[in-house]
Design a protein around this ligand. Sequence first.
Ligand SMILES: *Cc1c(COP(=O)(O)O)cnc(C)c1O
Length: 397
Amino acid sequence: MTAQKPSSLMQTYARSELAFERGEGAYLFTADGRRFLDFASGIAVTALGHSHPHLVKALVDQAQKLWHTSNLYQVPGQTRLAERLTAATFADQAFFANSGAEAIECGLKLIRKYQDDFGDPARYRVIAFEGSFHGRTLSTLAAAGNEKYLKGYAPVVDGFDHCAFNNLNEVRAKVGPETAAIMIEPVQGEGGMRAADIDFLQGLRKVCDEFGLLLMFDEVQSGVGRTGKFFAHEWAGVSPDIVATAKGIGGGFPMGVCLASNKVAAAFGPGSHGTTFGGNPLAMAVGNAVLDIILAEDFLPAVNKVSAHLDAHIDELLRRFPGAFEAKRGKGLMRGLKCANGVVNTEMVESLRGVGLLTVGAADNTIRLLPPLIVTAAEIDSAIDMLAAVAAQAKAA
Ligand SMILES: *Cc1c(COP(=O)(O)O)cnc(C)c1O
């Protein structure tokens, strides 16, 4: 008897059998020519769709010149991207990383360093929220506090307290002499596409000001136009101290960035933090190309227009198929559909794949709709038709 040879990949994902060969705009194609409408976008990453000519050109041009030099030298693309990001947002300074978790880690370190240098050195704890997701490193797992992901990885990194999402009274009660900051996703992704209430986000700013805490937003998923503003927190008109973003900013090239105000970023000096790969010329070329498009005057208005189209159709789906979908979640093109009792979200995702629509599951029996920001009304109609076809089956079951 021969034992089955184990896979040479660590089995950290329950992967679908699908393998894609190429992509174009909102579509992905398998080697055998099957076409899928991509409302997953590699989990909110390919913000401008697949093979966007402007991004491809930026990457190819840079690849022919220079790939990597390290942060021991000036990286002109980095300076340019930092200037553009800070001009477009609350921020004054940027640190470039390779992923969402690393961008969050930078923010968490900056919180401690800021309190140590300029605030109250006793303050090191961060208040975070139930249902959140901040990445898979030991500290970002501790920050989210999700038992499912922490199991087996004890001891849990110290320094995080958790409150119910959208509950300001609980936050106020949790602030203590060791609290340094509050960190929150303005729209929870993984946790079920729940949007924070506008007055809750405004309340968090007040609590931070009152107690000398920093306010940090995790916009790894909600940032870079996903909700129709450059950052989702802009809907609340709240100015944070630190924001981490990643997914959409690279359009599919791995990169993350931690943004902060001058007041807070002043706590970092040479040697305070670092990265070998972060801010590499290839990533910066693509990041700048993404901004060329997203910061164009007519881009976000178009996202909001197409979001309204999606929104109206989702409302109609909810009316037509109460046996399949129970509620609409999220904001802009970061939409969730909570499946009805007895309908399992992961099975729904699989059925949708079967008819040619890619979506992503999330917690709380939700499916995520994350089309590229360049999605057209016709592509949305096509996705809605597939959702309706699968919902009709779910109802019959
Ligand atoms: C994806 C995600 C992260 C982690 O990003 P990685 O690039 O996977 O490390 C952190 N926070 C939020 C809100 C995310 O959606």
